[in-house]
Every structure is written in C-alpha cells, then in structure tokens.
Design a protein around this ligand. Structure first.
Ligand SMILES: [Zn+2]
Length: 377
C-alpha cells in the first residue's frame, strides 16, 4: 500500500503535535525553569489558570498574547522560543529597551479541547466590546493596567491560504487592523504597518513570496481592531503553512524570526524608517489551496469530472484524538479555481486507478475511503 507520509509522529512533544494543551505547556515551562517566573492573571471559564510572563525593563511596552484560539498552537510555540531567545546575550538590547508582558495561552480551555472557541463556545476574538467571557476580561485588564505601546496578536491560519493568487502557501500572514470603517491609516495603524514591513523585509530573504496580507475590513469586536481604535499599534500574526510542514516546525521558526525582527525595530526606534506603501505591496491572502488534489480520475461517461484535470480536492479536518491531533481528509465540493498542495495522479497508483466516477452523478464514497487509507499526516 502506498502511504504519503508528510511527517512521522514518534512522540508527543512541542515539535511533534499540533496539540498544545495547558498540561503540555506546563511540562515545557517546568522543564525550562519558567513556571515559577509566571504571574497568574486570571482564570478561564472552566477555572484553568491564565499566565503571563514579564521580562525586560525598557521604556517601550509590548503586550503579546497567543492561543486566544485554542487550536492555533504554532504561534504559542514561537512565543516560547522568544522567551528562550530573551535569555541569550543577543537579546540584551531588547531587554534594555523593551518591557514585555506575554500571555502564552489566553484560552486554556480551547487549547485543551483543540478548538477555536472557549468553553462557552464563544470566539474570544469577537468579544472585544461585549467582554462576555472571563478570558476577554483578563486580556482587557492586562491591557488597561500595562498600557502597552505595541500589541502582538498571535494566531494561526489554515492551509487554504496563499500569498497572492499563486500556488505558494502563506507561511505567515499579517494585518495592521483598521481602526474605523473607512480603514483610515491612523497614526497607530501606520506604526503597525511599519513593524510588518520591517519583518517582511527579513522574511522575504528566508521565505520569498510566502508572506500574505489579511483583509482589513473593520470589525470593532475583534481585539486588534478595537486596540487599534484606542490608538495602540497592534499587529495580527497568522502562522500559516510551509510545504509538507503540517506540524509547523518550519513555520514556527519564521514566526519567531518575525517577532524578533519587530521587537528589534521597536528597540531601535526605527519604525518610521519603513515605508508604509510597502505594506500594501505585500500580496493579499487568497484562499484557493486545498491539502490534496487527486487528478486524472477515470470517468464512466464522456466529459470531464469537475475540472479539466478530472480532479477531486480534499481538505484536512483537524481533530483532537486522545493526546494528539489527527488530520481527516474531507471532500471539497467547491470546484472554482482550487489548487492542490499535494497532487496525486490517480492513474499512477493501484488503489486509485480503477476508481471510476460518473461526472454527472459522482459517488465519492469509495474514493474518500481509499484516500483516508492512503494519506496520513
Ligand atoms: Zn485565530
């Protein structure tokens, strides 16, 4: 049997699973002598502690938070890498110039369940005004007390996004959120754009053409938009995908690279050196990628099936199973302009070459069952 192996899972640690539960985080923090240095700033809907880590004594105050969406663990790992970086001599200047408050896991319940939402099934990134959830109140209290000069809002995005209308997955996407409906480039927004340009200049050398820019429609309920409207430059990070890197080990390194680049820009007071127009030159995110494309599928009658290449597309659904996350291929019935990350020629594989579909009335069951057996992450 043919198995398309992207990454082997051998053991569960921060490198080998997309799952990052509060328990896993605690193990990491203990192993690295960090647990005792944290402050408990509140608790989640289910009563789990929410921590922050304070570091540095400089005049520029930077607030970062991650895993506001529990299934977006890559940027948390990059934040933890940043904590380790701050212990090295290379970071002395950053600690002299900046004071950091960093919340690694704002939504511990969602992180435990590997869901976007908190335990009350609320999207915390739509709760900035209502503050209906304890986690939202925790973030707002920290923001009010710390009065940051800059905020980093750390997230993760699905594999569907490309940087521009290309085949290149957006390995990282950024947004300088709008502060109003007219998407005015306010002073705060301009500073967020400058930070993004400074990071993009670095990233174009390490991951050329793989940086995207998120849509800037205004929504005051989103935390980044709200903080920007309060004149705090806020940068949205979206840890995305790199070819075959489903555990996002490579992506994590580039998110760290971006965090360090932006912090160095802040520490050296050089934000205004970066041209805001360059922000708008970063290609916008498109969402036409799918994880798997099976092409050259046999058809029972004349005519092409779905696309000229007789393709069927699958997208992985990520589900928590036991102490891990599994990737289940789900058929994608949209067929407009999709592109496959992994392309498989059905006629080149024994298990697929005899599958025949009627283009007018396709029965996908056998194909989907076969794909589920052939492909795992
Ligand atoms: Zn998110």
């Amino acid at each position: 049997m043919i198995v398309f192996t992207f990454v082997h899972m051998k053991k569960l640690d921060l490198n080998n699973s997309r799952l990052l539960t509060p328990t896993m985080l605690d193990v990491f923090l203990k192993e690295n002598d960090l647990l005792d240095t944290l402050t408990t700033i509140g608790s989640s809907a289910q009563g789990k502690p929410i921590y922050s880590y304070h570091k540095g004594n400089g005049p520029f105050k930077v607030l970062m938070w991650s895993q506001m969406h529990g299934n977006e663990s890559t940027s948390t790992k990059a934040m933890l890498d940043f904590w380790m970086y701050l212990k090295t001599p290379a970071a002395f200047n950053l600690l002299d110039q900046c004071t950091f408050v960093m919340i690694p896991q704002l939504n511990p319940d969602g992180s435990d369940a590997y869901t976007r939402f908190n335990a009350n099934e609320v999207d915390l990134n739509r709760d900035a005004i209502e503050l209906s959830q304890p986690e939202s109140i925790v973030l707002r209290s920290v923001y009010d007390q710390f009065e940051p000069h800059y905020c980093f809002n750390l997230h993760g995005q699905r594999t569907v996004f490309t940087a521009g209308n290309t085949y290149i997955p957006a390995t990282i996407s950024f947004l300088a959120p709008s502060a109003d409906k007219n998407r005015t480039v306010t002073a705060a927004r301009e500073l967020a754009m400058g930070l993004i340009v400074s990071a993009n200049n670095k990233l174009q050398k390490s991951i050329p053409d793989a940086v995207g820019r998120y849509d800037d429609s205004f929504n005051i309920n989103c935390v980044g938009d709200y903080f920007t409207s309060l004149n705090t430059p806020t940068v949205l990070f979206e840890a995305g995908h790199f070819k075959d890197d489903y555990h996002r080990i490579i992506v994590r390194k580039h998110v760290l690279e971006a965090i360090i680049a932006m912090c160095n820009t802040i520490a050296s007071s050089s934000i205004t050196d970066f041209n805001v127009n360059s922000y708008f030159e970063i290609p916008e995110n498109y969402k036409n990628l799918r994880d798997v494309e099976i092409f050259n599928i046999k058809t029972s009658t004349e005519g092409n099936f779905k696309t000229s290449a007789n393709s069927v597309f699958y997208q992985f659904k990520e589900l928590k199973k036991g102490a891990d996350v599994v990737f289940i291929p789900e058929i994608e019935l949209l067929d407009e302009g999709l592109k496959g990350l992994l392309k498989i020629d059905a006629q080149q594989h024994d298990a697929l070459k005899n599958i025949v579909l009627d283009p007018l009335n396709p029965d996908y069951e056998n194909l989907t069952k076969t794909i589920s057996l052939l492909i795992y992450v």
